[in-house]
Write a protein that binds this ligand. Structure first.
Ligand SMILES: [Zn+2]
Length: 187
């Protein structure tokens, strides 16, 4: 457990080295692939298995909001196994490595979120296969429009794309519902 925590912390520095800090403020990952500059949001990895979404106790997300956000990504071709709202029989909310799951939490005090950050997503990649093994989304307060969808985008391996109105814009005020490049491609 402790080792994994250090591992993630160790990679905070590296993402900032690879990508300018302003663009890397709301996700943390260990991916090694450096995305090419392209006219669409880069996707650095995809899920190994179809993920289950779990909203944990205290996460400031309504059931209708998570269902809408999951449906939004399903319409873009991304499959989810199921969505569990405050129902966690396998204790994934307490796991630091919830393999196969996207876990949604209220932000905790030991997570040092920047003041203007609304949320942060951590996702762990098996770099041998470019596959995502687990993701954890931390939400700060009541959800603003597009924030949950944006963080789910990180949980699906997408990075930022700073075009006005794009869902994956790193600045919430400049983002929107543009989904250009977020359709799942079959490889
Ligand atoms: Zn982001």
């Amino acid at each position: 457990m402790i080792r994994m925590k250090n591992f993630i912390k160790a990679f905070i520095c590296c993402i900032i080295l690879f990508i300018s800090p302003a663009l890397a403020s709301d996700y943390v990952s260990n991916f090694e692939r450096i995305p090419a500059i392209q006219n669409r949001p880069p996707q650095v990895a995809t899920w190994k298995r179809t993920p289950t979404v779990v909203v944990c106790d205290y996460a400031p997300v309504k059931k209708s909001e998570i269902l809408a956000a999951v449906k939004f990504w399903e319409k873009l071709g991304h499959p989810f196994y199921r969505t569990q709202y405050r129902y966690d029989p396998l204790n994934k909310c307490k796991s630091t490595t919830p393999v196969g799951y996207i876990v949604v939490h209220l932000v905790t005090q030991d997570l040092k979120l920047e003041d203007d950050s609304l949320a942060e997503t951590h996702f762990f990649v098996d770099n041998d296969h470019n596959e995502i093994e687990w993701a954890v989304i931390y939400i700060k307060s009541e959800t603003k429009e597009t924030v949950l969808e944006h963080e789910l985008g990180h949980a699906l391996g997408y990075l930022h794309h700073n075009h006005i109105n794009h869902l994956m814009n790193s600045k919430w005020t400049q983002g929107g519902w543009d989904t250009n490049g977020l359709e799942r491609h079959l490889r």
